[in-house]
Design a protein around this ligand. Structure first.
Ligand code: VG1
Ligand code: CO
Length: 543
């Protein structure tokens, strides 16, 4: 087997977004496109010769092709060993778990997460460092820089590796070990939660429904919820992963998981419902005819953490992304622990966890996790909820309402305007930024603006600064409007408007979020001039 050095030309559009490089499959299928990016990773990370890498993805279309290419490139670039998930499958949290458990140099995860898959869908790739977390901005900036000057890449001229049977084989001088995709992760979950309490809860007639959305969590949920915890066969739906996710949009929210939502809002609804996304790092939690917002879920997990074996000793601190509601801040305050506010994207939590400053983290975008790995973790959140229900023996809705009664309710909603012309989305951002001066002190109905800025973050661990992380309009009563551009889309621009109003009055806590936020939504439309500048009457998705 010989190493080929292949001449290439640079692409200008390989800038990693919020979570890696995401493009249409057809973009990745261009000659050299994937290879260039992989070589740019290898040229930027300074791996010692013989280093071990983890490799796997969410199983979407092009996953297998990409894995073969990356294996041959890793062999040609001097890696000593690659641990690959069987069939090329590793959920994002499982990849993070494997990187940490086997103390590898890092890993490459193939996923476009919640974006649709299939021939006409999206594909994605990202590098995770030895802590198991997404590469920091310093590293992703270096990868982008390398991608712009690349002239050649290395590839071993070798036959494809068999991915479907566990075991060890050689690719030139490099060892390829095909590992069980699920067992390391399942074992980690079992070490964190009280499985016997959950098993007892399920055996006692507590009914659950988990929707894997034909994405990567199918095999993980089957092993953990069914085999290890004894959930009935009808507890899982869409548990067989498909390359195109069955044509669906594997984003666990009220819009894109309609089948589960229908079941959970029916008269005979199960007691607990949940769904995860394409790569298994997101979660949606539902009770019987009740939706738990991700921001509330984070706050609740923090407030109840000591009921869980892994967090019995309490939390070092918590962190949330800037657009995530301040519900968890109130819990942190009550617990007298620090609460950090970071830019959007899990990569900003890594340093805080590595430094022991935080135990739990979360984002409003259906992402929650802890320092057990360095990615957000969908099934972990599901197990956390089941464990806390097993301990408290109360329905989901009652647990949430009690939380609101104690801490007040941070009523929350996000409006997404997808696939806008980039110029229109930018016009909205510029419009608000241009008005910062006149907004401060202005009153809109019952809301008075106290502060506006473009959020920037200084990492307290390494001092790195990230600017331009989203517009904040903060009101004197603690309510907020946030406007930012998505960094994960592949078509035009997606504008996200985040709305949050605080209400301590229990008499209002039964209100639907859209009802409770009606006035703030109008204020947001007025301040952003969104309808006028984009011509969009309605958001594409409301969560
Ligand atoms: C979105 C979410 C963000 C999340 C990111 C990756 O990013 O808003 O909170 O970290 O997706 O999640 P953006 O830039 O589109 O708003 V995943 O499950 O796609 O890896
Ligand atoms: Co995801």
């Amino acid at each position: 087997m010989s190493t080929l050095t292949i001449a290439t030309h640079a692409f200008t559009d390989q800038k990693p977004g919020t979570s890696g490089l995401r493009k249409k499959v057809s973009v990745f299928q261009q000659p050299h496109y994937l290879e260039n990016f992989v070589q740019a990773i290898f040229d930027s990370i300074d791996a010692p010769k013989g280093a071990t890498l983890v490799l796997g993805g969410d199983g979407r279309y092009y996953n297998r092709t990409a894995i073969q290419i990356i294996l041959k490139m890793a062999a040609a670039n001097g890696f000593g060993k690659v641990l690959v998930g069987q069939g090329g499958i590793l959920s994002t949290p499982a990849a993070s778990c494997v990187i940490r458990k086997y103390k590898t140099f890092g890993g490459i995860i193939l996923s476009a997460s919640h974006n649709p898959g299939g021939v006409d869908g999206d594909f994605g790739i990202k590098f995770n460092s030895s802590n198991g977390g997404p590469a920091t901005e310093t590293v992703t900036d270096a990868i982008f820089a390398a991608s712009k000057t690349i002239t050649q890449y290395q590839l071993l001229d070798a036959p494809d590796v068999a991915l479907d049977i566990q075991g060890v084989s050689q690719l030139g001088e490099m060892t390829v070990e095909v590992i069980d995709s699920v067992s390391d992760y399942a074992e980690l979950m079992e070490s964190l939660f009280d499985f016997s309490a959950i098993r007892e809860l399920l055996a006692g007639g507590f009914r659950i429904k988990f929707d894997a959305m034909h994405a990567v969590t199918g095999p993980y949920a089957t092993e953990i919820l069914q085999r290890r915890l004894g959930a009935s066969a009808d507890s899982l739906m869409n548990a067989v992963p498909l390359e195109d996710f069955g044509g669906g949009h594997p984003d666990p929210n009220l819009t894109y998981a309609p089948d589960l939502v229908k079941i959970m809002f029916a008269d005979d609804a199960p007691d607990f419902g949940a769904a995860s996304d394409g790569d298994g790092d997101r979660n949606m939690i539902l009770g019987k005819r009740f939706f738990v917002t991700p921001s509330d879920s984070l706050a609740l997990l923090a407030a109840n953490a000591t009921l869980i074996p892994a967090y019995k000793a309490g939390l070092a601190g918590v962190a949330r992304s800037m657009p995530t509601s301040a519900a968890v801040d109130r819990v942190a305050h009550a617990l007298n622990i620090p609460c950090y506010e970071t830019p959007t994207g899990w990569k900003f939590f890594g340093n805080l966890m590595d430094a022991g400053k935080v135990t739990l983290c979360g984002e409003e975008s259906f992402g929650t996790g802890s320092n057990h790995i360095r990615e957000k973790d969908g099934l972990w959140a599901v197990l956390f909820w089941l464990n806390l229900i097993a301990a408290r023996r109360q329905p989901v809705a009652e647990i949430v309402r009690e939380h609101w009664a104690k801490y007040g309710r941070n009523v929350y909603s996000r409006y997404d305007y997808e696939a806008l012309p980039t110029a229109d989305a930018q016009a909205v951002m510029h419009h608000v930024q241009g008005n910062f001066g006149s907004l401060v002190g202005a009153t809109f109905g019952s809301y008075t603006v106290q502060h506006c800025d473009d959020f920037s973050y200084t990492d307290p661990v390494d001092g790195s600064v990230s600017t331009g992380q989203g517009i904040r309009v903060l009101f004197s009563d603690g309510s907020r409007i946030i406007v930012r551009l998505s960094g994960t889309g592949t078509e035009g621009a997606t504008l996200r408007v985040y709305l949050e109003a605080y209400d301590a009055n229990v008499a209002n806590h039964h209100l639907d979020a859209q009802q409770a936020l009606a006035e703030l939504i109008q204020v947001a439309l007025q301040i952003t001039q969104l309808k006028q500048l984009t011509g969009r009457e309605q958001p594409t998705v409301i969560t």
